[in-house]
Design a binder for this molecule. Sequence first.
Ligand code: SAH
Length: 269
Amino acid sequence: MRHGLGEGFVSIVGAGPGDPELITVKALKAIRAADVILYDRLVNVELLTYGDSLAERIYCGKAPGRHAMTQDMIQRRMIDSALEGKRVVRLKGGDPFVFGRGGEEALALAARGIPYEVIPGITSAIGAAAASGIPLTHRGVAASFACVTGSRCPGAETGEDGEDGGSPAVQWELLAHAVDTLVIYMGVSQLKEIRSELLRHGKAASTPVALIESGTTRRQRTFTSTLGEVHKLAAAVQISNPALIVIGAAVLVRDQLAQLERQAASMIG
Ligand code: SAH
């Protein structure tokens, strides 16, 4: 242990969307200095190799319905280690404050007077969209985007990692019209309900949709369809977690890019 009693400190750290190189320099420094690393299921385990060989690595993963540690246990562990004078890194997929329960953890630390910091990460919407050639805003096409949880759809079960179903209901009727690009987290198991909600509230069946599985990783798969047809595609390709649903005309830019790249390649070839 590098710290005396009372010198404990917690860093709530975003690990980025999957590709381990997409972590920030600041986050990497925090991992290197940590005595204890509490990490989530969506964190690329390659990042743990940057920690000190003596650092304790504790898995806190939460798959839907299967929790290695409850949120209470994680917070207690974080607080206890900090009170022992340790440097604690609470490592979370994407950004800790986007469906990551980082806010709750910060509140728990603040309530105990434990010094902490929050180090942002690239959230999966940003990472996966970039890696799929989908600009979330695009001149003349999309002037706004929203990150939305799909786990609050009618009939939804509790969410996974991050958020566990305690957030307020999503206002699909407003989102259907007020936002140009919708990025839905934790929505794949609720795809049919989300699709129906949006169609029911007047979103056009022709609206382009992308499904992005394991964005920014070597296993990434991106598929495009329309709101009217997307549930069939999801079933056909057996889309699985972690995955995002991106809805809006900006999705078409992916196909434009692919077409231009093909044309350019054939001109060179
Ligand atoms: N804090 C995280 C989100 C945690 S909630 C962030 O900022 O990204 C978990 C949800 O995030 C998953 O259900 C999935 O919808 C999304 N997700 C996380 N990593 C992903 C990835 N590499 N590709 C696609 N979706 C991802």
